[in-house]
Design a protein around this ligand. Structure first.
Ligand code: SAM
Length: 256
């Protein structure tokens, strides 16, 4: 039990999360025994010889629902006393970076993937701790949503990614990340901003903070309001925001 977190994925299509657990940085984290995973095929717990896992909903309506009994048996097969059970669903609470941080502290995360029209409500009522949505749209499967959740969570677990890489990412202090550049210095007549070549750390940090504010104001003004209400903006940030607004009134590209 050396791992920091174990993902138990209950699914009808284990090949979808398996591809994720066996690739790239995740595969390395598994190899280093920081992350563990367990793919449980709900179909193995079907009650009949045809391995039926779905049926039509009471009350009528389109589509099929996943049956309660195979899911319950699959959950019992985990033999876990302490666990957090998540059901991926478009009608769940919105998934955010803070939610990912919270989940990254768990030891055993059980992730239930729906299909068709979803699952029998009695499973949710009896066993599910969190109903989570990855966005305001409807996917055809919970496996894709589970992969998104697992990806956002595992990279926050100690030892998976260098801490510095996580510190200035988007959503830190409710702001988005600043623009980044690598070689060459000139690409299609576009130069890397001079300040980044200056080696002047304070100026670079100031420029990055300003760019963070500009990007957030442009793409996610709702986050600026959140940053303000949560006390994430300093007096200097507020001054920069004022300057950004004034710059906009003066004409385009005043902030570069
Ligand atoms: N009938 C459901 C509804 O209207 O809320 C939609 C079911 S959807 C077609 C099938 C499965 O995909 C769901 O059970 C869920 O596991 C998954 N899913 C779809 N969209 C999702 C989202 N935005 N977030 C998380 N899971 C989602």
């Amino acid at each position: 039990m050396a791992y920091s977190i174990k993902f138990h994925v209950l699914t009808l299509f284990p090949e979808i999360p398996r591809a994720f657990f066996t690739s790239s940085i995740m595969a390395k984290a598994v190899q280093k025994e920081i992350i563990a995973y367990d793919l449980v095929n709900i179909r193995d717990f079907a009650l009949d010889a045809h391995k039926t896992c779905d049926d039509s909903p009471y009350g009528g309506g389109a589509g099929q629902l996943l049956l309660a009994e195979p899911i319950e048996k699959a959950l019992y097969s985990l033999k876990l006393r302490k666990k957090r059970v998540i059901y991926m669903t478009p009608s769940g609470k919105p998934f955010t970076q803070n939610y990912a941080k919270e989940l990254s502290k768990e030891k055993n995360l059980v992730i239930l993937c729906g299909r068709y029209e979803g699952i029998d409500q009695r499973i949710i009522d009896s066993y599910v701790d969190d109903e989570i949505s990855i966005g305001d749209y409807v996917l055809s499967s919970g496996e894709v949503a589970a992969n998104v959740l697992i990806d956002a969570v595992y990279r926050l677990v100690d030892g998976v990614i260098r801490q510095e890489s996580l510190e200035e990412e988007s959503y830190t202090n409710n702001l988005l990340e600043y623009p980044q550049y690598t070689r060459p210095e000139v690409f299609n007549d576009m130069r890397v901003p001079e300040v980044l070549l200056s080696g002047h750390h304070k100026n670079i940090a100031q420029w990055r903070q300003k760019m963070r504010l500009i990007k957030t104001l442009k793409n996610r003004p709702d986050l600026i309001a959140k940053a303000r209400s949560e006390g994430c903006l300093s007096k200097e940030d507020e001054k920069m925001i004022e300057q950004i607004y004034i710059g906009e009134q003066d004409g385009p590209n005043k902030n570069n």
